[in-house]
Design a binder for this molecule. Sequence first.
Ligand code: ADP
Ligand code: ZN
Length: 573
Amino acid sequence: MKNKKLIIIAISIVTIGIVISGWLLTRKDYDEMTYNEFINKIENSSVKNVSIIDDNTLHVKLNDHNNITYKVPNPSKEGFKEYLLINNIKVETGNSNTMQKMFQSFGVGIILIGIILYLRKGSSDNKQVIVDANKSKINSNKVVTFTNVAGNDEAKELVKDIIDFIKTPDKYSSLGARMPRGVMLYGPPGTGKTLMAKAVAGEADVPFYAVSGSDFIQMYVGVGASRIRKLFKKAKKSEKAVIFIDEIDAIGKKRAGKASASNDERDQTLNALLTEMSGFNDNEGIVVIAATNRLDTLDSALLRPGRFDRQIEIGLPDYNARREILSLHARNKPLHDSVDIGKIAKDTVYFSGAMLENLMNEAAIITANNNDKVITSNYIDKAFYTVVAGSEKKDRSNITNRDRQITAYHEAGHALITKLLLPDNVISKVTIIPSTKGAGGFSMSIPKDKMYQTKKEIRNNIKVLLAGRIAEEIAFGKDEVTTGASNDIEKASIMIKDYIIKFGMDDELGIFNAESANVKDTSIVTQCRNEINQAYKETKEILENKKEYLDEIVEELIRKETIDNVDIDIICA
Ligand code: ADP
Ligand code: ZN
């Protein structure tokens, strides 16, 4: 609120200043002249020009060399202007104060803009600030360098010569080296692709222009293309620059089998981009960096030599990288001695850099909400679940006992099968507390950090996913199962499809990837069904045999709402 007032005051002062200085600049001293005198001067042919200011005033200049402007009453008579013209006098209408008017409208404009900004600010008080993505912008707020990027060592190595090239393009062009004009960063969301692009600009000390591919979709034909051209024109003005195009897949997706007319716009935008990129000279220090989550969906035209011919993977951070990222984002935060960054890094397999940053930030917020001064591991624990599942729903009074039972069986099923089939996983939390993201409860287990997954492990993971629904069925009967398993079913279906097609692990179908070979294979669907039903049957047998464990876990869950590995170990001992 205070800030807003300051802004308003500042705008007002600036506006008043401009209006006053405009007035001062255009203000002149006038000598008065009577109408009679004026008519006499006209008869003497000594009037040079007349400005009709308004209905009451004329400004008059004479043929002498004093350059004095005289103020004369305006008779506002019909035919008066013609009379002046006949006497060879130059007549202007309101000319002498255009400057003043200009300044005035300028001032009014500023006031209006100020008011609009104020209103917009007011209405978006509680919303996230949205950067105007439609305009390419130079990020000048904070220079990002390699020190802001933790981990990603291979990627850093791979962009080093690009940075050198931006700084001294001649060094490369004189040797006839063709440097990549385009760099494609690919990898899962939140792994720091944008950060890396900014760091390249920061390390090379050049401006950073950013747009997002998604800004270009659903625009009128030609608009996207012209925007691309403008962007490059702007970048070329600064001679050296990094142009960053996020979500390049929005304009550079593979063309679907048959060309469809509706994608005209996308193609034009893409073509404009490719044309601009081929228009660089070799000694220009401009590099285009694009980012995508999926390299395989991109049009191959983008990846050809001379285009985005350097492709760099930015993957999920491994244990060491997670440690570094956590330390980086903990730097400005007071941590309690009990906090062990190494342990957090261990517990955050599959977290992206953005999630890790989010984790530390949430922990700081939760600490502040509790009016504490240091972040304890307890707060980090809380933040952990917020990042993974959304914050806990505070009002749980309207949840029926029946719902609680269903959730408890569902989650107990996941947990028990995890314990039995994936004993290496650590079950970090099973809860029947619903999250604000809509889950009724959840169970989370941390897999071992490793490179490969075996066939057996994938099958077991599928069984863990199915176990929620199966436990419901065992407890309440076939017709009483609920919608709570939809997310599990989705994940299991994708997993079984990958198992069969991508990884060639199905005994019957073997290792032929029909999708890549682009041939129809209807037996895949049948086999997916068979496999998943078989997994369902096997898992159901296990759970039925261990029904007493299942019931005990449920009991414990109803009592404590949240349990972990230790509780389950005790039950299954
Ligand atoms: P992407 O572009 O891959 O989706 P971003 O670059 O937008 O990811 O990352 C989002 C945020 O996550 C960054 O601003 C940063 O705070 C954090 N982050 C991600 N990766 C890293 C990293 N390697 N080192 C430090 N912070 C990171
Ligand atoms: Zn489930």
